[in-house]
Design a protein around this ligand. Structure first.
Ligand code: NI
Length: 182
């Protein structure tokens, strides 16, 4: 089966809207395994805590996550596979997040306004429906990944001046990477 690869901004897939999964086929299962592999592998400078299908040039509504456990550091990671994820409730309370993205290497930025608490509904890889609440980093990550499925990047939220300096910094890093032959 197909080997997927991480794509970097401005790859066109990152600006497209992914489509709902209607059936969990072998192809979808393979995509999930590939996404987990790519998330853990990271982009050479850091490993990921979340990945959306658009980031491997696939337009299915699938996200994978493995965020560090913040409530109890000895607990397992918050590993999730979410198919057709949907935010069904979001707190009015917001939080300012500082974010990075495997598809936007070498840079990170904020403040990105995110809902402090959300409830998300999704299907797991066995086709079972779940609804759960999330806060802190987990909620931050879910909102970032669902945005990817809608073609939205976290830097879109930055105030204009900050966004422009962010893009200059990113473009410079991209040029340097190219020069280094990566
Ligand atoms: Ni991302």
């Amino acid at each position: 089966m197909k080997t997927y690869r991480l794509v970097s901004y401005p790859h066109p897939a990152l600006r497209k809207k992914a489509q709902p999964v209607t059936e969990i086929t072998d192809e979808i299962q393979h995509l999930i395994q590939e996404m987990l592999r790519i998330m853990y592998e990271g982009n050479g400078e850091s490993t990921g805590i979340g990945l959306a299908a658009n980031q491997v040039n696939s337009l299915h509504r699938v996200i994978v996550m493995d965020t560090p456990q913040y409530r109890d550091e000895n607990a397992p990671m918050e590993k999730r596979i979410m198919i057709n994820p949907e935010i069904v409730w979001a707190s009015e309370e917001m939080m300012d997040c500082h974010e990075g993205c495997l598809s936007v290497p070498h840079v990170s930025g904020g403040p990105v306004p995110r809902h402090a608490r959300i409830r998300v509904k999704y299907m797991d890889e066995h086709g079972k429906t779940h609804e759960e609440e999330a806060d802190q980093l987990f909620a931050n990550c879910i909102q970032h990944e669902i945005d990817h499925l809608n073609g939205v990047m976290y830097f879109d939220y930055l105030p204009k001046g900050k966004r422009m300096s962010f893009m200059r910094k990113y473009e410079k890093a991209q040029r340097e990477e190219k020069k280094a032959g990566n």
